[in-house]
Design a protein around this ligand. Structure first.
Ligand SMILES: Nc1ncnc2c1ncn2[C@@H]1O[C@H](COP(=O)(O)OP(=O)(O)OP(=O)(O)O)[C@@H](O)[C@H]1O
Ligand SMILES: [Mg+2]
Length: 496
């Protein structure tokens, strides 16, 4: 009987300070299956997998791999047992090239033994990438890649080692649909080769496509396991959040005014060429397109984070010069970035400080921050977004991935900008929080702000936006509104 399981984790308990992140969790995975591990933000999924990979030591519990009791005290032990993991937060070294990152710690040497064989390194890296169907120049420095491409490098790097159990912690949250398909192909072929996989994702549809079975966790505890084929999405949601979810997307009052708040004419920057868009007050405008189509670059230029080489920006009808993000924030433009680690939050500062960071003036009285108001504002947003944390004084760095994302949102919601730009706002957040975020974005629009949403999730664009611009290779290829916003039209313009 025991032999059926490739992995058995039992009675796993782990506390951080006084907080019990895992409480006697049992988790079993059969040989050669793709097993989904799901649960709300902060449920303990990543912590459980970090124990398997030797990044954390459990306080209690035991791990068996292929029936054998394992002593995993460090990452190197886990690798020895054949455990590979793709972490939720990138582990790449930004200053090194793609090829160097893929083979870090295992560079090929020339016959003499001391000189790195760069030609072989690059060749092997190219082969590893093309094995899983990705095409990137391997000498590119990783810091110059978008998050989607960085994720591809992570995947390649993990697959490159000989693994029996491969853990993928939210690998698709930054990928576009066509890239997700590619990843699934790779996973299917790995399953064919007998690799057992554990798959963490908040995109429940994906589980039905790729996973054989699923385990649900909640509040650091095991809830249940079942065959994916026997479960429905609604069942999984109520197991995860302990309640039924109403409509995912809120109904919004139609626009009454027709005032343009932001107008961008003929903007060129980096890869983008001659982009023109406008946003009305109270309107949610989507930016759709494949990863790399120029969406993030466009909003970064509007926000002053990248230089414009041509074009003009008008805010409430007046031409403005935005030289840097500080200008943009002052003028009332907020950008909630996709890469929260680099641009969104300060990890070693508290939730309270991060929340008010972009608009400290709102709570300053004669040069002094009013601590009680700051705390109240931060607490309110923690409750509204259901951020899982012991207190607003906790460092953002100690939160789970999805909860960090919620702090980024809190920061910009607090800032009260005229134009709010959200770049992949629900990446990595659980279904319950997703619908809360849609509600908040919708309320921001109703209160008269102009909202821009970049999303790779079609469902999100269709459910949330009044009007959508589609981009392809740095140009705007189409604009659709209302009922015209369908998967078909968006896809057609995206690959045009
Ligand atoms: N290093 C740490 N120090 C303190 N608390 C931590 C640490 N790592 C995790 N936690 C806490 O443990 C709990 C579980 O976090 P974990 O990252 O495992 O959640 P998760 O299920 O992966 O969530 P998400 O879907 O948001 O990634 C959270 O409450 C988190 O704040
Ligand atoms: Mg996690």
């Amino acid at each position: 009987m025991e032999e059926r399981y490739m992995l058995e984790m039992s009675g796993i308990t782990k506390s951080f300070g006084g907080i019990k992140a895992l409480n006697g969790v049992d988790f079993k995975v059969r040989r050669g299956e793709i097993h989904a591990l799901i649960g709300e933000n902060g449920a303990g999924k990543s912590t459980l997998m970090k124990i398997l990979s030797g990044a954390y030591l459990p306080d209690e519990g035991e791990i068996r791999i292929d029936g054998q009791l394992c002593d995993i005290a460090a990452p190197i032990d886990a690798r020895r047992y054949g455990v590979g993991i793709i972490y939720q937060e990138f582990q790449l070294i930004p200053s090194l090239s793609v090829a160097e990152n893929i083979f870090i710690g295992a560079f090929p040497y020339k016959a003499a033994g001391t000189v790195i064989d760069w030609k072989k390194l690059r060749g092997d890296a190219r082969a590893a990438l093309s094995h899983i169907g990705f095409d990137i120049d391997v000498s590119t420095q990783v810091s110059d890649l978008s998050v989607a491409y960085q994720q591809m490098i992570e995947i390649t790097k993990a697959l490159n080692k000989k693994v029996r159990i491969l853990v993928l912690d939210e690998p698709t949250s930054v990928l576009a649909p066509n890239e997700v398909e590619k990843l699934f192909d790779v996973m299917r072929s790995l399953r064919g080769e007998g690799v057992t996989m554990i798959y963490i994702s908040h995109k429940l549809e994906e589980l039905f496509t790729i996973c054989d079975s699923v385990t649900v966790m909640k509040d650091g505890a095991y809830v249940g396991t079942g065959e994916t084929a026997d479960m429905t999405k609604d069942q999984l949601i109520s197991m995860m959040i302990g309640r039924k979810l109403d409509a995912m997307f809120p109904m919004r009052k139609p626009l009454e005014r027709d005032e343009t708040v932001l107008e961008v004419n003929g903007l060129s920057s980096g890869v983008n060429h001659d982009c023109s868009i406008f946003v009305r007050r109270g309107e949610i405008v989507g930016l759709s397109g494949l990863v790399g189509s120029g969406r993030t670059e466009l909003v970064r230029a509007i926000f002053g984070a990248d230089a414009m080489t041509a074009g003009e920006i008008l805010l409430e009808g007046r031409r403005v010069s935005i030289k840097n993000p500080r200008n943009a924030v002052k003028l009332g433009i907020g950008l909630i970035p996709e890469d929260r680690k680099r641009h969104g939050v300060i990890l070693n500062k508290s939730i309270r400080q991060n929340t008010t960071m972009a608009a400290v003036n709102k709570i300053v009285n004669m040069g002094v921050i009013k601590g009680s108001e700051e705390k109240r504002a931060a607490t309110e947003l923690v409750e509204k977004l259901r951020t899982k944390t012991p207190s607003v004084e906790s460092d953002v760095g100690d939160l789970s991935g999805g909860n960090q994302q919620k702090v980024v949102l809190a920061k910009w919601i607090f800032s009260d900008s005229k134009v709010m730009i959200f770049d992949e706002p629900t990446r990595g957040v659980d279904v319950g929080a997703k619908s809360e975020i849609y509600q908040i974005i919708s309320e921001l629009a109703e209160s008269g702000k102009g909202v821009i949403v970049i999303s790779s999730e079609m469902e999100e664009i269709i459910g949330l936006c009044d009007r959508v611009y589609v981009m392809h290779e740095g140009r705007i290829t189409g604009m659709v509104s209302g009922d015209e916003i369908t998967e078909d039209t968006l896809m057609r313009y995206a690959i045009e």
